[in-house]
Ligand binder design. Sequence first.
Ligand code: NOJ
Length: 552
Amino acid sequence: MSDWYKKMSFYQIWIRSFADGNGDGIGDLWGVYDKLDYIRDLGVDGIWFSPIYPSPNADFGYDISDYKNIHPDYGDLEQFQKVLDRAHELGLKVIMDLVINHTSDEHPWFQESRKGRDNPYSDYYIWRDKPNNWDSLFEGNAWEYDSLRGQYYLHIFAKKQPDLNMDNPAVRSEVESILRFWLDMGVDGFREDVINFISKKEGFPNGLPFLPAVNGLPYYKDGPHIYEYNRQFRKVCEQYDCFQIGEGPMTTLQSALKYLSGPQKCLDMMFSFDHMMADCFYTEYMHRPFSLTKFKKAISKWQYGLSGKAWNSLYLENHDHPRIISRYGSEVFWRESGTMLATAYLFLQGTPFIYQGQEIGMTNIRLGRIEHYADVSSRTNFNRYHLKDSMAKRLHRIHVSSRDSARTPMQWDDSPHAGFTVPEATPWFYVNRNYKRINVKMQQGDEKSILNYYKKCLQMRKNSRTLLIGDYIEHLPNDKFVFTYERVWQDIHYLIICSFTRAMVPFRLPDKFEGRHGQLVLSNAGHSHGKEKIRSVGFLKPYEARVYRFRF
Ligand code: NOJ
Protein backbone atom coordinates (compact mmCIF):
# COMPACT_ATOMS: atom_id res chain seq x y z
CA MET A 1 0.00 0.00 0.00
CA SER A 2 1.42 3.40 -0.91
CA ASP A 3 1.72 6.08 1.71
CA TRP A 4 0.11 9.01 -0.05
CA TYR A 5 -1.66 9.93 3.16
CA LYS A 6 1.62 11.13 4.70
CA LYS A 7 1.71 14.22 2.51
CA MET A 8 -1.93 15.08 3.04
CA SER A 9 -4.21 17.03 5.28
CA PHE A 10 -7.88 16.24 5.80
CA TYR A 11 -11.04 18.24 6.41
CA GLN A 12 -13.66 16.56 8.60
CA ILE A 13 -17.33 16.99 7.71
CA TRP A 14 -20.02 16.35 10.32
CA ILE A 15 -22.68 16.59 7.68
CA ARG A 16 -25.78 17.47 9.68
CA SER A 17 -24.32 20.87 10.51
CA PHE A 18 -22.20 21.55 7.44
CA ALA A 19 -24.38 23.02 4.67
CA ASP A 20 -28.04 22.54 3.83
CA GLY A 21 -28.60 22.25 0.09
CA ASN A 22 -32.31 21.34 -0.01
CA GLY A 23 -33.69 23.87 2.43
CA ASP A 24 -34.97 21.55 5.18
CA GLY A 25 -32.70 22.88 7.93
CA ILE A 26 -30.42 19.83 7.90
CA GLY A 27 -26.99 19.67 6.27
CA ASP A 28 -26.76 17.27 3.32
CA LEU A 29 -24.78 16.04 0.33
CA TRP A 30 -26.19 18.74 -1.97
CA GLY A 31 -24.75 21.27 0.46
CA VAL A 32 -21.43 19.43 0.52
CA TYR A 33 -21.33 19.38 -3.29
CA ASP A 34 -21.66 23.17 -3.39
CA LYS A 35 -18.85 23.61 -0.89
CA LEU A 36 -16.28 21.31 -2.47
CA ASP A 37 -14.45 24.23 -4.08
CA TYR A 38 -14.29 25.93 -0.69
CA ILE A 39 -12.70 22.82 0.79
CA ARG A 40 -10.20 22.51 -2.04
CA ASP A 41 -9.32 26.21 -1.75
CA LEU A 42 -8.55 25.77 1.91
CA GLY A 43 -5.62 23.66 0.74
CA VAL A 44 -6.53 20.28 2.22
CA ASP A 45 -6.22 17.12 0.19
CA GLY A 46 -9.02 14.97 1.51
CA ILE A 47 -12.34 14.77 3.31
CA TRP A 48 -13.34 12.52 6.20
CA PHE A 49 -17.09 12.10 6.39
CA SER A 50 -18.43 11.38 9.86
CA PRO A 51 -21.24 8.80 9.33
CA ILE A 52 -23.72 9.67 6.60
CA TYR A 53 -25.56 6.33 6.66
CA PRO A 54 -29.20 5.77 7.67
CA SER A 55 -29.40 6.15 11.43
CA PRO A 56 -32.09 6.89 14.02
CA ASN A 57 -29.59 9.46 15.35
CA ALA A 58 -29.46 8.29 18.94
CA ASP A 59 -25.76 9.14 18.53
CA PHE A 60 -26.02 11.21 15.34
CA GLY A 61 -24.89 8.64 12.80
CA TYR A 62 -22.71 6.52 15.09
CA ASP A 63 -25.74 4.26 15.44
CA ILE A 64 -26.08 2.83 11.94
CA SER A 65 -29.21 1.07 10.71
CA ASP A 66 -28.00 0.36 7.15
CA TYR A 67 -24.30 0.23 6.26
CA LYS A 68 -24.75 0.35 2.51
CA ASN A 69 -26.92 3.38 2.06
CA ILE A 70 -27.15 7.12 2.71
CA HIS A 71 -29.40 8.70 5.33
CA PRO A 72 -32.39 10.17 3.43
CA ASP A 73 -31.85 13.46 5.28
CA TYR A 74 -28.49 13.71 3.52
CA GLY A 75 -29.32 12.45 0.01
CA ASP A 76 -28.90 9.07 -1.64
CA LEU A 77 -26.21 6.89 -3.17
CA GLU A 78 -26.45 8.69 -6.48
CA GLN A 79 -25.82 12.06 -4.86
CA PHE A 80 -22.96 10.56 -2.87
CA GLN A 81 -21.40 9.28 -6.08
CA LYS A 82 -21.63 12.80 -7.52
CA VAL A 83 -19.87 14.25 -4.49
CA LEU A 84 -17.22 11.56 -4.65
CA ASP A 85 -16.56 12.04 -8.36
CA ARG A 86 -16.40 15.82 -8.07
CA ALA A 87 -14.10 15.57 -5.05
CA HIS A 88 -11.80 13.32 -7.07
CA GLU A 89 -11.85 15.76 -9.99
CA LEU A 90 -10.71 18.45 -7.57
CA GLY A 91 -7.91 16.22 -6.32
CA LEU A 92 -9.55 15.45 -2.98
CA LYS A 93 -9.55 11.95 -1.49
CA VAL A 94 -12.64 10.85 0.45
CA ILE A 95 -12.69 8.60 3.49
CA MET A 96 -15.77 7.20 5.22
CA ASP A 97 -16.45 6.53 8.87
CA LEU A 98 -16.62 2.82 9.59
CA VAL A 99 -18.54 2.05 12.79
CA ILE A 100 -18.35 -1.68 13.43
CA ASN A 101 -18.12 -1.99 17.19
CA HIS A 102 -21.88 -1.54 17.35
CA THR A 103 -24.94 -0.88 15.20
CA SER A 104 -28.22 0.82 15.90
CA ASP A 105 -30.78 -1.28 17.77
CA GLU A 106 -32.99 -0.49 14.75
CA HIS A 107 -30.61 -2.28 12.38
CA PRO A 108 -32.42 -5.31 10.87
CA TRP A 109 -29.65 -7.58 12.22
CA PHE A 110 -30.52 -6.56 15.77
CA GLN A 111 -34.23 -6.72 15.16
CA GLU A 112 -33.76 -10.33 13.97
CA SER A 113 -31.31 -11.17 16.72
CA ARG A 114 -33.81 -10.17 19.41
CA LYS A 115 -36.35 -12.62 18.09
CA GLY A 116 -34.69 -15.75 19.40
CA ARG A 117 -31.63 -17.89 19.88
CA ASP A 118 -31.85 -19.93 16.70
CA ASN A 119 -32.20 -17.53 13.79
CA PRO A 120 -29.25 -16.64 11.51
CA TYR A 121 -28.69 -13.34 13.35
CA SER A 122 -29.07 -14.61 16.91
CA ASP A 123 -25.31 -14.59 17.40
CA TYR A 124 -24.61 -11.25 15.75
CA TYR A 125 -24.70 -9.45 19.11
CA ILE A 126 -23.49 -10.18 22.62
CA TRP A 127 -26.31 -11.71 24.66
CA ARG A 128 -26.09 -13.01 28.24
CA ASP A 129 -28.52 -14.33 30.82
CA LYS A 130 -26.73 -12.44 33.56
CA PRO A 131 -25.02 -9.06 33.12
CA ASN A 132 -21.59 -8.29 34.63
CA ASN A 133 -20.83 -4.99 36.36
CA TRP A 134 -19.52 -3.01 33.35
CA ASP A 135 -20.70 0.55 32.93
CA SER A 136 -21.49 1.91 29.52
CA LEU A 137 -19.64 5.03 28.41
CA PHE A 138 -22.85 6.83 27.52
CA GLU A 139 -25.83 5.56 29.52
CA GLY A 140 -25.97 3.67 32.79
CA ASN A 141 -24.68 0.12 32.93
CA ALA A 142 -23.54 -1.66 29.82
CA TRP A 143 -26.24 -4.34 29.69
CA GLU A 144 -29.85 -3.82 28.74
CA TYR A 145 -32.58 -6.40 29.19
CA ASP A 146 -34.53 -7.22 26.05
CA SER A 147 -37.90 -8.71 26.90
CA LEU A 148 -38.46 -10.24 23.47
CA ARG A 149 -35.28 -12.30 23.61
CA GLY A 150 -35.38 -12.67 27.39
CA GLN A 151 -31.67 -11.82 27.72
CA TYR A 152 -29.35 -8.88 28.24
CA TYR A 153 -27.34 -7.35 25.39
CA LEU A 154 -24.06 -5.49 25.72
CA HIS A 155 -23.81 -1.82 24.77
CA ILE A 156 -20.51 -0.07 25.56
CA PHE A 157 -22.08 3.15 24.29
CA ALA A 158 -25.79 4.15 24.37
CA LYS A 159 -28.63 1.67 24.87
CA LYS A 160 -29.53 2.12 21.26
CA GLN A 161 -26.00 1.03 20.21
CA PRO A 162 -25.74 -2.73 20.81
CA ASP A 163 -22.22 -4.14 20.41
CA LEU A 164 -21.65 -6.55 17.55
CA ASN A 165 -20.22 -9.97 18.32
CA MET A 166 -17.02 -9.83 16.29
CA ASP A 167 -16.14 -13.38 17.37
CA ASN A 168 -18.85 -14.55 14.99
CA PRO A 169 -17.22 -15.13 11.55
CA ALA A 170 -20.48 -14.15 9.85
CA VAL A 171 -20.24 -10.67 11.40
CA ARG A 172 -16.67 -10.31 10.17
CA SER A 173 -17.79 -11.30 6.67
CA GLU A 174 -20.42 -8.57 6.84
CA VAL A 175 -17.67 -6.09 7.67
CA GLU A 176 -15.62 -7.27 4.69
CA SER A 177 -18.63 -6.80 2.48
CA ILE A 178 -19.24 -3.26 3.81
CA LEU A 179 -15.62 -2.36 3.10
CA ARG A 180 -15.87 -3.70 -0.46
CA PHE A 181 -19.15 -1.91 -1.08
CA TRP A 182 -17.66 1.55 -0.43
CA LEU A 183 -14.26 0.78 -1.95
CA ASP A 184 -15.95 -0.39 -5.14
CA MET A 185 -17.80 2.90 -5.26
CA GLY A 186 -14.43 4.63 -5.21
CA VAL A 187 -13.84 5.82 -1.66
CA ASP A 188 -10.21 6.09 -0.62
CA GLY A 189 -10.24 4.80 2.92
CA PHE A 190 -11.84 4.64 6.34
CA ARG A 191 -11.74 6.29 9.72
CA GLU A 192 -12.53 3.35 11.98
CA ASP A 193 -14.59 4.15 15.05
CA VAL A 194 -13.38 2.82 18.45
CA ILE A 195 -11.51 0.14 16.53
CA ASN A 196 -9.55 -1.00 19.58
CA PHE A 197 -12.81 -2.08 21.31
CA ILE A 198 -14.07 -4.66 18.81
CA SER A 199 -12.71 -7.81 20.50
CA LYS A 200 -13.93 -8.54 24.02
CA LYS A 201 -12.34 -10.76 26.68
CA GLU A 202 -13.91 -14.22 26.88
CA GLY A 203 -15.93 -14.78 30.01
CA PHE A 204 -16.69 -11.06 30.38
CA PRO A 205 -15.02 -10.70 33.81
CA ASN A 206 -16.32 -8.07 36.21
CA GLY A 207 -14.46 -4.78 36.10
CA LEU A 208 -12.89 -2.89 38.98
CA PRO A 209 -15.69 -1.21 40.92
CA PHE A 210 -13.70 1.97 41.59
CA LEU A 211 -13.44 2.94 37.91
CA PRO A 212 -16.89 4.35 37.16
CA ALA A 213 -17.84 4.55 33.45
CA VAL A 214 -14.66 2.77 32.34
CA ASN A 215 -14.62 -0.23 34.69
CA GLY A 216 -14.92 -2.75 31.84
CA LEU A 217 -12.24 -1.05 29.76
CA PRO A 218 -9.41 -3.51 30.54
CA TYR A 219 -11.62 -6.26 29.11
CA TYR A 220 -12.88 -4.63 25.95
CA LYS A 221 -9.88 -2.56 24.87
CA ASP A 222 -7.17 -4.34 22.80
CA GLY A 223 -9.01 -7.63 23.38
CA PRO A 224 -7.64 -11.11 22.64
CA HIS A 225 -8.38 -11.18 18.88
CA ILE A 226 -8.01 -7.51 18.10
CA TYR A 227 -5.09 -7.79 15.68
CA GLU A 228 -6.40 -10.95 14.04
CA TYR A 229 -9.76 -9.34 13.23
CA ASN A 230 -8.24 -6.10 12.09
CA ARG A 231 -5.73 -7.99 9.92
CA GLN A 232 -8.66 -9.72 8.27
CA PHE A 233 -10.19 -6.34 7.38
CA ARG A 234 -6.80 -4.98 6.33
CA LYS A 235 -6.52 -7.74 3.75
CA VAL A 236 -9.61 -6.41 1.99
CA CYS A 237 -8.23 -2.88 2.07
CA GLU A 238 -4.92 -4.08 0.70
CA GLN A 239 -6.67 -5.06 -2.51
CA TYR A 240 -7.37 -1.35 -3.06
CA ASP A 241 -5.05 1.64 -2.68
CA CYS A 242 -6.87 2.51 0.47
CA PHE A 243 -5.97 4.10 3.76
CA GLN A 244 -7.15 3.25 7.26
CA ILE A 245 -7.04 5.42 10.35
CA GLY A 246 -8.38 3.95 13.56
CA GLU A 247 -9.81 5.86 16.46
CA GLY A 248 -8.08 4.51 19.55
CA PRO A 249 -9.73 5.77 22.73
CA MET A 250 -7.42 5.30 25.72
CA THR A 251 -4.77 3.75 23.53
CA THR A 252 -1.20 3.81 24.77
CA LEU A 253 1.83 4.43 22.61
CA GLN A 254 2.98 0.82 23.05
CA SER A 255 -0.33 -0.61 21.98
CA ALA A 256 -0.75 1.84 19.07
CA LEU A 257 2.64 0.73 17.72
CA LYS A 258 1.29 -2.82 17.41
CA TYR A 259 -1.58 -1.62 15.21
CA LEU A 260 0.70 0.59 13.15
CA SER A 261 3.88 -1.42 12.64
CA GLY A 262 5.40 -4.87 12.77
CA PRO A 263 3.82 -8.18 11.84
CA GLN A 264 0.37 -7.30 13.14
CA LYS A 265 0.16 -3.97 11.32
CA CYS A 266 -3.48 -3.40 10.46
CA LEU A 267 -3.84 0.41 10.35
CA ASP A 268 -1.94 3.29 8.76
CA MET A 269 -2.58 5.78 11.51
CA MET A 270 -4.40 6.11 14.79
CA PHE A 271 -6.21 8.95 16.51
CA SER A 272 -4.72 8.99 19.99
CA PHE A 273 -6.09 10.95 22.93
CA ASP A 274 -3.21 11.67 25.34
CA HIS A 275 -2.85 15.28 24.19
CA MET A 276 -6.59 15.85 24.68
CA MET A 277 -6.29 15.24 28.41
CA ALA A 278 -4.31 18.29 29.49
CA ASP A 279 -7.46 19.82 31.00
CA CYS A 280 -9.70 16.85 31.74
CA PHE A 281 -10.13 13.10 31.54
CA TYR A 282 -11.71 12.22 28.23
CA THR A 283 -13.14 15.71 27.63
CA GLU A 284 -16.19 15.17 29.76
CA TYR A 285 -14.75 14.20 33.15
CA MET A 286 -12.49 15.61 35.86
CA HIS A 287 -12.14 19.08 34.41
CA ARG A 288 -9.06 21.00 35.57
CA PRO A 289 -7.14 24.06 34.36
CA PHE A 290 -5.29 23.47 31.10
CA SER A 291 -1.67 22.50 31.64
CA LEU A 292 0.56 23.34 28.69
CA THR A 293 3.38 21.19 30.06
CA LYS A 294 1.08 18.15 30.14
CA PHE A 295 -0.05 18.92 26.60
CA LYS A 296 3.54 19.25 25.36
CA LYS A 297 4.58 16.07 27.13
CA ALA A 298 1.81 14.14 25.39
CA ILE A 299 2.63 15.62 21.98
CA SER A 300 6.33 14.87 22.37
CA LYS A 301 5.67 11.36 23.59
CA TRP A 302 3.84 10.55 20.35
CA GLN A 303 6.12 12.56 18.06
CA TYR A 304 9.25 10.82 19.37
CA GLY A 305 7.51 7.51 19.98
CA LEU A 306 6.26 6.99 16.42
CA SER A 307 9.25 8.61 14.72
CA GLY A 308 10.68 6.31 12.07
CA LYS A 309 8.24 3.53 13.03
CA ALA A 310 4.78 4.84 12.22
CA TRP A 311 2.97 8.04 11.32
CA ASN A 312 1.11 10.48 13.57
CA SER A 313 -2.35 11.91 13.07
CA LEU A 314 -2.61 15.55 14.13
CA TYR A 315 -5.83 16.99 15.46
CA LEU A 316 -7.07 19.38 18.12
CA GLU A 317 -10.76 19.50 17.31
CA ASN A 318 -13.44 17.13 16.07
CA HIS A 319 -17.12 16.35 16.58
CA ASP A 320 -16.41 14.88 20.06
CA HIS A 321 -14.66 17.84 21.66
CA PRO A 322 -15.42 21.47 22.38
CA ARG A 323 -13.99 24.23 20.21
CA ILE A 324 -10.28 24.92 20.78
CA ILE A 325 -10.37 28.70 21.04
CA SER A 326 -12.85 28.39 23.92
CA ARG A 327 -10.89 25.50 25.37
CA TYR A 328 -7.18 26.36 25.12
CA GLY A 329 -7.24 29.90 23.82
CA SER A 330 -9.32 32.96 24.55
CA GLU A 331 -12.49 34.32 23.02
CA VAL A 332 -11.13 37.79 23.84
CA PHE A 333 -7.88 37.15 21.98
CA TRP A 334 -9.91 35.24 19.42
CA ARG A 335 -7.85 35.83 16.28
CA GLU A 336 -4.55 35.57 18.11
CA SER A 337 -5.35 32.32 19.87
CA GLY A 338 -7.09 30.79 16.85
CA THR A 339 -4.04 31.38 14.64
CA MET A 340 -1.60 30.36 17.39
CA LEU A 341 -3.39 27.03 17.86
CA ALA A 342 -3.20 26.37 14.13
CA THR A 343 0.55 27.05 14.24
CA ALA A 344 1.03 24.83 17.28
CA TYR A 345 -0.20 21.66 15.58
CA LEU A 346 -0.10 22.06 11.80
CA PHE A 347 3.72 21.97 11.72
CA LEU A 348 4.11 18.79 13.76
CA GLN A 349 5.13 15.59 12.00
CA GLY A 350 2.04 13.75 10.79
CA THR A 351 -1.15 14.19 8.82
CA PRO A 352 -3.34 17.06 10.04
CA PHE A 353 -7.12 16.92 10.36
CA ILE A 354 -9.14 20.14 10.46
CA TYR A 355 -12.70 19.98 11.73
CA GLN A 356 -15.40 22.04 9.99
CA GLY A 357 -15.53 25.54 11.44
CA GLN A 358 -12.15 25.24 13.14
CA GLU A 359 -10.60 27.06 10.18
CA ILE A 360 -12.73 30.15 10.90
CA GLY A 361 -12.31 29.98 14.68
CA MET A 362 -15.83 28.93 15.64
CA THR A 363 -16.34 28.92 19.42
CA ASN A 364 -18.41 27.00 21.97
CA ILE A 365 -22.14 27.53 22.21
CA ARG A 366 -23.61 27.98 25.70
CA LEU A 367 -27.22 26.90 25.93
CA GLY A 368 -29.40 27.90 28.87
CA ARG A 369 -30.92 24.50 29.76
CA ILE A 370 -29.69 20.93 29.56
CA GLU A 371 -32.83 20.01 27.61
CA HIS A 372 -31.56 22.17 24.76
CA TYR A 373 -28.56 19.89 24.24
CA ALA A 374 -29.03 17.13 21.67
CA ASP A 375 -26.04 14.93 22.48
CA VAL A 376 -26.75 11.78 24.49
CA SER A 377 -23.47 11.91 26.41
CA SER A 378 -23.93 15.56 27.43
CA ARG A 379 -27.32 14.71 28.91
CA THR A 380 -25.96 11.69 30.77
CA ASN A 381 -22.97 13.57 32.05
CA PHE A 382 -25.13 16.37 33.39
CA ASN A 383 -26.76 13.77 35.61
CA ARG A 384 -23.45 12.07 36.41
CA TYR A 385 -21.76 15.23 37.65
CA HIS A 386 -21.89 15.94 41.37
CA LEU A 387 -25.60 16.13 41.86
CA LYS A 388 -25.06 18.21 44.99
CA ASP A 389 -23.64 21.00 42.84
CA SER A 390 -25.93 23.78 41.69
CA MET A 391 -27.66 23.53 38.30
CA ALA A 392 -25.56 26.50 37.17
CA LYS A 393 -22.31 24.74 38.06
CA ARG A 394 -23.34 21.55 36.30
CA LEU A 395 -24.45 23.48 33.26
CA HIS A 396 -21.13 25.31 33.23
CA ARG A 397 -19.37 21.94 32.95
CA ILE A 398 -21.56 21.14 29.96
CA HIS A 399 -20.67 24.52 28.45
CA VAL A 400 -16.98 23.73 28.64
CA SER A 401 -17.14 20.11 27.60
CA SER A 402 -20.20 19.28 25.51
CA ARG A 403 -19.77 17.64 22.14
CA ASP A 404 -22.62 19.86 20.96
CA SER A 405 -20.30 22.86 21.13
CA ALA A 406 -18.64 21.59 17.98
CA ARG A 407 -21.89 20.54 16.34
CA THR A 408 -23.60 23.89 15.77
CA PRO A 409 -24.30 24.83 12.16
CA MET A 410 -21.37 26.03 10.11
CA GLN A 411 -21.20 29.83 9.89
CA TRP A 412 -20.98 30.66 6.21
CA ASP A 413 -22.02 34.33 6.20
CA ASP A 414 -23.94 36.96 8.19
CA SER A 415 -27.36 36.27 6.63
CA PRO A 416 -30.12 34.58 8.70
CA HIS A 417 -29.04 31.19 10.14
CA ALA A 418 -25.47 32.09 9.20
CA GLY A 419 -26.18 31.03 5.62
CA PHE A 420 -26.29 27.39 6.75
CA THR A 421 -29.82 26.99 5.41
CA VAL A 422 -32.42 29.14 3.64
CA PRO A 423 -34.00 31.94 5.70
CA GLU A 424 -37.44 30.24 5.78
CA ALA A 425 -36.11 27.01 7.27
CA THR A 426 -35.43 26.26 10.92
CA PRO A 427 -31.92 24.86 11.40
CA TRP A 428 -32.01 21.48 13.16
CA PHE A 429 -29.76 22.86 15.95
CA TYR A 430 -28.91 26.24 17.47
CA VAL A 431 -26.71 28.56 15.44
CA ASN A 432 -24.07 30.29 17.53
CA ARG A 433 -25.13 33.91 17.98
CA ASN A 434 -21.66 35.17 17.11
CA TYR A 435 -22.12 34.28 13.41
CA LYS A 436 -22.27 37.93 12.34
CA ARG A 437 -18.70 38.34 13.61
CA ILE A 438 -17.40 34.86 12.83
CA ASN A 439 -18.20 33.56 9.36
CA VAL A 440 -16.53 32.32 6.21
CA LYS A 441 -17.54 35.17 3.92
CA MET A 442 -16.11 37.87 6.12
CA GLN A 443 -12.85 35.98 6.54
CA GLN A 444 -12.42 35.25 2.86
CA GLY A 445 -12.06 38.97 2.24
CA ASP A 446 -9.72 39.62 5.16
CA GLU A 447 -6.06 38.91 4.57
CA LYS A 448 -5.43 38.62 8.32
CA SER A 449 -8.29 36.23 9.04
CA ILE A 450 -7.99 32.88 10.77
CA LEU A 451 -9.20 31.26 7.55
CA ASN A 452 -6.42 32.78 5.47
CA TYR A 453 -3.91 31.88 8.15
CA TYR A 454 -4.94 28.21 7.93
CA LYS A 455 -4.50 28.39 4.18
CA LYS A 456 -1.04 29.85 4.60
CA CYS A 457 0.01 27.14 7.06
CA LEU A 458 -1.25 24.35 4.81
CA GLN A 459 0.56 25.86 1.83
CA MET A 460 3.79 26.15 3.81
CA ARG A 461 3.60 22.46 4.76
CA LYS A 462 3.08 21.48 1.15
CA ASN A 463 6.05 23.49 -0.03
CA SER A 464 8.53 22.23 2.51
CA ARG A 465 10.06 18.78 2.75
CA THR A 466 11.28 19.68 6.22
CA LEU A 467 7.77 20.42 7.44
CA LEU A 468 6.43 17.27 5.82
CA ILE A 469 9.01 14.70 6.80
CA GLY A 470 11.58 16.43 9.00
CA ASP A 471 12.36 15.19 12.51
CA TYR A 472 10.66 16.75 15.49
CA ILE A 473 12.71 18.14 18.36
CA GLU A 474 11.09 19.72 21.40
CA HIS A 475 12.79 22.66 23.11
CA LEU A 476 12.28 24.26 26.52
CA PRO A 477 9.86 21.52 27.68
CA ASN A 478 9.42 22.99 31.16
CA ASP A 479 8.21 26.37 29.92
CA LYS A 480 4.65 26.63 31.25
CA PHE A 481 3.47 29.17 28.72
CA VAL A 482 5.30 28.61 25.46
CA PHE A 483 5.44 25.59 23.17
CA THR A 484 8.72 25.62 21.24
CA TYR A 485 9.67 22.93 18.78
CA GLU A 486 11.89 22.39 15.79
CA ARG A 487 11.50 20.47 12.57
CA VAL A 488 14.73 19.55 10.86
CA TRP A 489 15.66 17.84 7.62
CA GLN A 490 19.21 17.97 6.28
CA ASP A 491 20.39 21.59 6.76
CA ILE A 492 16.96 23.22 6.99
CA HIS A 493 15.49 23.91 10.42
CA TYR A 494 12.13 25.39 11.25
CA LEU A 495 11.59 26.76 14.72
CA ILE A 496 7.99 27.03 15.86
CA ILE A 497 7.24 29.21 18.90
CA CYS A 498 3.70 29.47 20.30
CA SER A 499 2.60 31.36 23.38
CA PHE A 500 -0.40 29.85 25.14
CA THR A 501 -1.06 32.79 27.43
CA ARG A 502 -2.74 36.17 27.41
CA ALA A 503 0.20 37.60 29.38
CA MET A 504 3.31 39.07 27.74
CA VAL A 505 6.08 36.49 28.19
CA PRO A 506 9.82 36.74 27.46
CA PHE A 507 10.86 35.55 24.03
CA ARG A 508 13.34 32.68 24.59
CA LEU A 509 15.38 30.97 21.93
CA PRO A 510 16.84 27.49 22.37
CA ASP A 511 20.65 27.82 22.67
CA LYS A 512 21.43 26.24 19.31
CA PHE A 513 19.60 29.04 17.47
CA GLU A 514 20.94 31.95 19.52
CA GLY A 515 22.59 34.58 17.32
CA ARG A 516 22.07 32.64 14.07
CA HIS A 517 20.63 34.20 10.95
CA GLY A 518 17.07 33.11 10.61
CA GLN A 519 14.10 34.24 8.63
CA LEU A 520 10.73 34.83 10.15
CA VAL A 521 8.46 33.01 7.70
CA LEU A 522 5.19 33.17 9.61
CA SER A 523 3.86 35.44 12.32
CA ASN A 524 0.37 35.94 13.68
CA ALA A 525 1.38 39.27 15.22
CA GLY A 526 2.14 41.25 12.09
CA HIS A 527 5.96 41.09 12.39
CA SER A 528 7.80 41.64 9.13
CA HIS A 529 9.42 38.68 7.47
CA GLY A 530 13.06 39.82 7.10
CA LYS A 531 16.21 37.75 7.57
CA GLU A 532 18.03 38.70 10.74
CA LYS A 533 20.24 37.56 13.58
CA ILE A 534 17.87 36.15 16.15
CA ARG A 535 18.41 36.72 19.88
CA SER A 536 16.49 36.11 23.07
CA VAL A 537 15.30 39.66 23.53
CA GLY A 538 11.86 41.18 23.90
CA PHE A 539 8.51 39.61 24.56
CA LEU A 540 5.88 37.48 22.94
CA LYS A 541 2.51 39.16 22.73
CA PRO A 542 -0.64 37.36 23.99
CA TYR A 543 -1.00 34.09 22.07
CA GLU A 544 1.75 35.09 19.70
CA ALA A 545 3.05 32.50 17.22
CA ARG A 546 6.22 32.71 15.15
CA VAL A 547 7.85 30.34 12.68
CA TYR A 548 11.50 30.89 11.77
CA ARG A 549 13.46 29.16 9.05
CA PHE A 550 17.22 28.59 9.41
CA ARG A 551 19.82 26.99 7.21
CA PHE A 552 22.93 25.55 8.93
C1 NOJ B 1 -16.41 7.72 18.72
C2 NOJ B 1 -17.13 8.72 17.88
O1 NOJ B 1 -16.22 9.70 17.45
C3 NOJ B 1 -18.24 9.28 18.73
O2 NOJ B 1 -18.86 10.39 18.15
C4 NOJ B 1 -19.22 8.18 19.00
O3 NOJ B 1 -20.23 8.65 19.87
C5 NOJ B 1 -18.54 6.97 19.64
N1 NOJ B 1 -17.31 6.64 19.01
C6 NOJ B 1 -19.44 5.77 19.57
O4 NOJ B 1 -19.59 5.37 18.24
